[in-house]
Design a protein around this ligand. Structure first.
Ligand SMILES: NC(=O)c1ccc[n+]([C@@H]2O[C@H](COP(=O)([O-])OP(=O)(O)OC[C@H]3O[C@@H](n4cnc5c(N)ncnc54)[C@H](O)[C@@H]3O)[C@@H](O)[C@H]2O)c1
Ligand SMILES: [Zn+2]
Length: 396
């Protein structure tokens, strides 16, 4: 049997953001706890949003205390404020960081004994109603069963998943993503592309997840360059939101793979933004898996516009396009700034490898990697980083 799990309500389009109140009322909410990034705190959004809530007869408390990618410390603070607020519905308006914190909060706000470790094993997951409004495109967290939160003490990125954590509603409003800086557009867009590609080559892929994965690849391949060059293009922004939502549906049901497994510890150790850490590793991960999943990569190549006859050529075209995106968006140059030097990288490699092996996204690869494979991939990245440092005249 195959199945697919996704949010029950989806609204898409410029201005759809102001439907939050209507959707909340459909979920029988009266007092909202709004978890948000700094964007919602800016005008004209804040006044318009508050006006909309009061017209709907809704009250709200706001929590905007997330500094970067979310930590257990911030989650505990949000939990404290949620309890004081007594809200009956959680609304997340922000990037993946904000949505992830809101997802965990929606569970822990209702089930006191729930922890990040216990969530996956819960038979039925009860939580407060949850509406997700992404302002990046993106993590696809608005469509996924996963929340990613860094545990403060261990600095490990935990990523528990549960079908019950898929938000009740997702609202995709391109107006909210116009203000994204170029580099965030690139990192988050490449993250979404990686979700779609990894879901499509996953051992857990089904015809249901394939449908979303391939359409996501097509949309992102076509619209990411336009959203990057011309951030005010609402059509490009909307297509990117749709692409990242579809990619979220795909990976949430079929899993991400090696690029995410290896990027999680790398990102956590050197504080590299999630999408950037994934994009840095993607070329080497594709190279590693290309032959074993040649037919699948050929389909991806086709969606990216590859018109070669031979399927292996189409598969190789994926690698070419991914390298081209990385060059165009300065991925290696920007990533290299987060890593102090080659020695620091080598010193943490055993821990990175161990964490990558013990996280999600290892067993779902067509060729299941071992420690040596992951070591080789990190070393390939290090070679490119050294070349980048040399070219920019940086002594590291
Ligand atoms: N739950 C999932 O399914 C899932 C999937 C992939 C990644 N993640 C996690 O999501 C987090 C990353 O989320 P992200 O990539 O969306 O980045 P983010 O939420 O961390 O945002 C990146 C930066 O952009 C800013 N920003 C967000 N929206 C903006 C806007 N419209 N205009 C201007 N600035 C804006 C934020 O304030 C922040 O500084 C990581 O912790 C990652 O591990 C979760
Ligand atoms: Zn990702």
């Amino acid at each position: 049997m195959k199945e697919l799990c996704l949010p029950r309500r989806l609204k898409v389009g410029a201005g759809s953001f102001y439907k939050v109140g209507e959707v909340a009322k459909e979920l029988h909410a009266s007092h909202l706890f709004i978890v948000c990034g700094s964007l919602l705190m800016r005008e004209p959004f804040l006044s318009q949003f508050k006006g909309m809530l009061s017209r709907q007869g809704l009250t709200a408390d706001f929590f905007s205390g997330i500094k970067g990618e979310p930590t257990t410390e911030e989650l505990n603070e949000a939990l404290k404020q949620l309890k004081q607020s007594g809200a009956d519905c959680i609304v997340a308006v922000g990037g993946g960081s904000v949505i992830d914190l809101a997802k965990a909060l929606s569970v822990m706000g209702l089930v006191e004994e729930a922890t990040l470790d216990s969530i996956p094993g819960m038979r039925v997951l009860e939580r407060l109603p949850l509406i997700a409004v992404p302002t990046t495109a993106g993590t696809g967290s608005e469509a996924s069963r996963v929340t990613v939160i860094t545990e403060r003490e261990s600095q490990v990125k935990k990523n528990p998943g549960h079908e019950g954590m898929v938000p009740d509603a997702a609202i995709l409003d391109p107006v909210l993503t116009v203000s994204l800086p170029k580099h965030v557009t690139a990192y988050t867009g490449l993250d979404a592309l990686a979700h779609a590609m990894e879901a499509y080559v996953s051992r857990k892929a089904t015809p249901l997840s394939d449908h979303f994965a391939l359409e996501a690849v097509r949309l992102i391949g076509k619209w990411l360059p336009e959203a990057y060059e011309n951030g005010e293009d609402l059509e490009a922004r909307e297509m990117m939101l749709l692409g990242s939502y579809y990619a979220g549906v795909a990976f949430s049901n079929a899993s991400t793979n090696l690029a995410h497994a290896a990027a999680r510890p790398l990102g956590a150790r050197f504080h590299i933004p999630h999408g950037l850490s994934v994009a840095l590793l993607m070329p080497y991960v594709i190279e590693f898996g290309l032959e074993a999943a040649a037919e699948r990569y050929a389909d991806i190549g086709h969606m990216l516009g590859g018109n070669q006859e031979q399927s292996l050529k189409k598969a190789e075209y994926v690698l070419e396009r991914v390298r081209e995106f990385n060059d165009r968006f300065n991925i290696l140059q920007e990533g290299s700034a987060y890593i102090p030097d080659g020695e620091a990288f080598i010193n943490v490699m055993p821990t990175l490898i161990q964490n990558a092996m013990s996280g999600n996204g290892i067993l779902t690869n067509k060729t299941v990697p071992d420690e040596r494979d992951i070591e080789r991939i990190y070393l390939q990245l290090l070679t490119s980083l050294k070349e980048e440092w040399r070219m920019s005249g940086i002594q590291k």
